[in-house]
Design a protein around this ligand. Sequence first.
Ligand code: EPZ
Length: 418
Amino acid sequence: MDKLLIEGGNPLHGEVAISGAKNAALPLLCAALLTAEPLTLTNVPDLNDIGTMLKLLAQMGVKVHRNSDSDSVTLDAATLDNPVAPYELVKTMRAAILVLGPLVARCGEARVSLPGGCAIGARPVDQHIKGLQAMGAEVTVEHGYVHAKAARLQGARLFTDLVTVTGTENLMMAACLGDGETVIENAAREPEVVDLANCLNAMGARIAGAGSDVIRIQGVAQLHGAQYRIMPDRIETGTYLCAAAAAGGKIRLTGTSAGYLDVVIDKLVDAGCVVEATRDAISLSAPQRLNSMSIRTAPYPAFPTDMQAQFMAINAVASGTAVIRETIFENRFMHAVELIRLGADIKIDGNTAFVTGVDKLEGATVMATDLRASASLVVAGLVAEGETLIERIYHLDRGYERLDQKLTALGARVRRVK
Ligand code: EPZ
């Protein structure tokens, strides 16, 4: 099992290119199920989760062609002879639930293993199921599988009880081939939802309102193939900005946009960083020492929960005390105890963490528990004095492309050890 060894104390300098967004790529790959014609996606990040999704689609009958010399993938779902998502694949990647809506819409039937929980929470999919039932699907949950059937989904007015990103994406994809208009109220407004809607419209869907909390979809008889470039990964972008903010120095991130990170960048500026953004790049210069900045996670456009762990790490060495409130997931402070092992002063009270900055962190061996928790340990390791060894970094490989090479390019002393 790989580990990451970091020698802390080096400011970061230089430039790295940001990859395509994991959380846009995953639903976009599933959109290929909605048509018998080829869908070509470019700017596809090379991540373990992407590999798992491609394996899942291939075992359904999708022909997957990954162009080795580029970041593009062509998917041909002309013949879908096995509309099933088995537990073995779903248990390693919860986003597999995103095949449910497209399979019911295209094939009239789907059997998808319940994703089950993960480190950060129970992660139920009741809203996905409720929406499909409202569109006329017969859905049963037996032996750990969701089994959904519908001759043809009917347009309906859907209202999700809470904002759900993949729930919105699943229902939006299902409604593309429905009979009549579907309205999704209380829809997620995340940029990745908009990216998916833009690709579906390029495939002949008729979606309006993506990015707002009311999305209208006029069902059509079928979708056609398309070529689509995936948006940049705003969470990868924010993670590198946090790394530089904490470690010091000045970095430039290319192939990305500040447009989806306003609230994160505002917080980094409040903390004392100088941030310059152009159309497709962001530069950050770090101050001598960061000011603490409190955050409260909430659905887009508020502060993203996927940046909470990274902000806990930078607050650990800032001056002052920050209050961090996590309102999306019930157990997303797993990184706190690991940061405390590095010398952080953090007190947890329910879904609130009180982080008092310390003068320095000291390297130690720590354990990654989930994707973004791992990222926060990398940020802390870059700052801590001495060596930090991060175990179970397969979590990192799920969501960060070539993280050690990119950090090394920025002057960090990072290497992967067996
Ligand atoms: C997406 O997960 C992202 N994953 C997550 O990123 C992200 O943290 C999350 O949205 C919130 O922004 C992908 O896009 C692949 P939700 P998702 O449905 O869709 C509850 C990462 O690190 N809920 O918006 O699974 C749920 O338990 C990952 O890249 C229900 O109760 O999240 C949670 O408390 C982690 N019933 C809240 O809603 C449902 O049917 C928001 O979950 C669905 C969700």
